[in-house]
Design a protein around this ligand. Structure first.
Ligand code: FES
Length: 155
């Protein structure tokens, strides 16, 4: 039988918990490690385990931005919005990339190719403004160069 949503992996996580409502956030954190996001079926099983409403699990998961309710794209596009990057044009770069990818911040493309996000600091401020695609850092970014990172979409 198929276990595409990771029920067996989730059960392996839940054996370490007592089923108390206060365990919801740590369980969500661990459960997210199964797929990198939280499918609805996973949240339903967590709700059953904790004897709480599934809507409560969903609202906690959607309140905290550490939790992802959608799968990630194969290419994670991260635009730094830290101070050094901000003053060197990061907001415009984020907007331009969003237009190229047809995504808003936090969204994943329907083909699961791209996820666009921003972070407070990537950690290489001397290269500001910085864009990261998966693990590759693109420093001293310009609006012109930013859209060329995604050639298929900038045509
Ligand atoms: S502020 Fe952008 S890398 Fe630090």
């Amino acid at each position: 039988m198929s276990d595409e949503f990771g029920e067996a992996a989730l059960k392996n996580i839940l054996v370490f918990y007592e089923g108390k409502r206060s365990e919801l956030i740590p369980i969500l954190q661990e459960a997210q490690g199964i797929h990198g996001w939280l499918p609805g079926k996973t949240m339903q099983l967590i709700a059953d385990f904790l004897h709480i409403n599934e809507g409560e699990v969903h609202s906690v998961a959607s309140f905290y931005n550490q939790f992802r309710l959608m799968p990630l794209g194969r290419k994670m596009v991260t635009v730094c919005r830290g101070t050094a990057c901000h003053i060197r044009g990061a907001p415009q770069i984020l907007e331009d990339i969003g237009q190229s990818l047809r995504l808003k911040e936090g969204e994943t493309s329907p083909d699961l190719e791209y996820t666009l996000e921003s972070v407070a600091c990537i950690g290489c401020c001397a290269l500001a403004p910085v864009v990261k695609v998966n693990h590759k850092i693109h420093g001293e970014m310009t609006r012109e160069r930013a859209v060329t990172l995604f050639p298929k979409l900038s045509e």
